[in-house]
Design a protein around this ligand. Sequence first.
Ligand SMILES: CC(C)(COP(=O)(O)OP(=O)(O)OC[C@H]1O[C@@H](n2cnc3c(N)ncnc32)[C@H](O)[C@@H]1OP(=O)(O)O)[C@@H](O)C(=O)NCCC(=O)NCCSC(=O)C[C@H](O)C(=O)O
Ligand SMILES: [Mg+2]
Length: 293
Amino acid sequence: MMQNAPTLRRSVLYVPASSDKALAKLASLSCDVVVVDLEDAVAPDRKEVARQKLAGILGDRPAGVREMVVRINALSSEWGADDLAAAIACRPDGILLPKVETPRDVLEAGDVLDEADVPGTLRLWAMIETPRAVLNIGAIAELGRDVASRLSCLVAGTNDLVAMTGVKATPDRRYLMPWLMQMVLAARAGGIDILDGVSNDFRDLDAFSADCAQALAMGFDGKTLIHPAQIDPAEAAFSPSGEALAEARKIVTAFTLPENAGKGAIALDGRMVELLHRAQAERLLAKAAMIAK
Ligand SMILES: CC(C)(COP(=O)(O)OP(=O)(O)OC[C@H]1O[C@@H](n2cnc3c(N)ncnc32)[C@H](O)[C@@H]1OP(=O)(O)O)[C@@H](O)C(=O)NCCC(=O)NCCSC(=O)C[C@H](O)C(=O)O
Ligand SMILES: [Mg+2]
């Protein structure tokens, strides 16, 4: 199974709900998604204040942003239930659940949304950042096949995964790689998006571009970001290149030729091209059209 309708989640910027300076900056930024964070970016003694700011933040949506998502604290924490109620009241496009460990964690949040009669357009996102989440990733992602579950996107939480497992965080991410690839595979099976974790070294943009290129090659749909300087390189990496678009157009056109009518596989420039390649090409062109809008 391939993904549902294409989405644009190339650049997904966390903004601490407690940082007036970062929030003020939002109006001048253009990224695909903003995640207003109530969790790790907010110190325990600022949680209440941060939550009270939500309505103002969501009410002042930056023009260039496609989706506004709120990351709440875990429902098992002392702040989770109040965060969820506050987020629901603000009607963001999505609510990001941290420290998800089982499908039940997603379904519980969905039940709260259903009980509050929240339209299905408010989607749930889930952080995959604990050892149990990685072990349960297939079952969690499978929820994506059931629209009623609202699950739309998984987000790798590599900082927590490194902290909880004790693996060494190397620039090439060699010890995280098996778990990250498992996340990509599971997301594809569930037909939902999967975003790469953050790169902490926000001043080294060359290293960041390399991280993005690696994430793209691994199959991620986009990258989560911690700093505005990371937006442009992420969007450059996750936007289809001119060359890829030209190739996609060539494939789509080739299948419309009379000599290829009714064929499942054709020859193009000495290569075999199948209908699955046409579907891939159409998806790429649809993404480019979304970017152009
Ligand atoms: C990391 C930072 C604390 C650095 O901030 P700062 O020292 O202020 O950086 P700069 O001076 O270079 O900032 C330049 C201007 O940009 C604004 N800014 C910085 N970061 C953001 C942001 N995320 N969103 C919006 N605007 C931002 C500054 O205010 C400056 O503005 P101005 O002076 O007016 O020009 C900081 O970048 C930061 O707090 N980043 C976000 C941290 C965060 O959200 N962390 C939690 C999410 S990551 C995570 O949890 C990972 C996951 O769960 C896992 O387990 O892996
Ligand atoms: Mg985390």
